[in-house]
Design a protein around this ligand. Structure first.
Ligand code: 5GP
Ligand code: ZN
Length: 115
């Protein structure tokens, strides 16, 4: 699927909505979350529009791996020793934007189980 004009994250990829982009290549864009839940809170998204992580994994196991690899690289660049990566899938799990995205959170301790 290509970019979707009414998708917030597709619009960020296109540059139609400003974002604090920390990494970008042909397949992955990473930018700071507008409502950070930790001192470092970055969203990593595929440049193709796909609804959630499961659909992304089915579309391209390579691409979902690229998100995880980029998250690790960015965590190192940001000096994060420990960090949390999260895909929320479905509104009951807290997904509010239906373009797959990996949350990268760090810079504070995290509780388990998550809320
Ligand atoms: P979800 O709740 O779908 O797992 O995560 C969506 C995330 O997108 C939320 O953490 C929310 O703060 C973030 N977000 C929503 N709108 C914008 C925006 O316009 N710009 C940025 N940078 N992040 C956004
Ligand atoms: Zn999209």
């Amino acid at each position: 699927m290509e970019l979707v004009s009414d998708c917030l994250f597709c619009r960020i990829i296109e540059g139609n909505i400003p974002a604090d982009i920390v990494f970008r290549n042909d397949n992955v864009v990473a930018f700071r979350d507008i409502t950070p839940q930790a001192p470092t809170h970055i969203l990593l998204i595929p440049t193709v529009h796909v609804e959630n992580a499961a659909a992304l994994a089915n579309l391209s196991p390579t691409l979902i791996s690229e998100l995880m690899i980029a998250a690790g690289d960015i965590a190192s660049q940001q000096g994060l020793e420990g960090y949390r990566t999260v895909f929320n899938t479905g509104s009951s799990a807290g997904q509010s934007v239906f373009h797959a995205h990996l949350h990268l959170l760090g810079g504070r301790p995290f509780a388990w189980p998550p809320g």
